[in-house]
Write a protein of this length. Sequence first.
Length: 124
Amino acid sequence: MILGLGIDIVNVTRLRAWEDKPELLSRFFHSREIQEAREKSGTLSLAARFAAKESFGKALGTGIRGFSLKEMRVESDELGKPCMVLSGKAEAAFKQFGGKHLHVSLTHERDNAVAVVVIEGDSP
């Protein structure tokens, strides 16, 4: 059963301003996300991951409260399918919400990146 759905859009120019500021990137992204993004489409990939983190908070219905953006890591499998790995307080919030499965979809084009997150769990 779907317990939560979140969607977010990020203008890529917002993150382009962060490219030369490693302290900002490391504040919001796990080092593995930064590395994977550099191997792919750079800022577009980071913008999509940032949108996914915001979408997760919206799917919970709480926003990003009580946990860090770095406690959510978006990775891609060998075929490019994104998944979100939770840790710390973000993982605890997900479990307290009743989440069992987390689905992520990312897309980007030119100046915009969009992400959708679906949280599935048992029926209440």
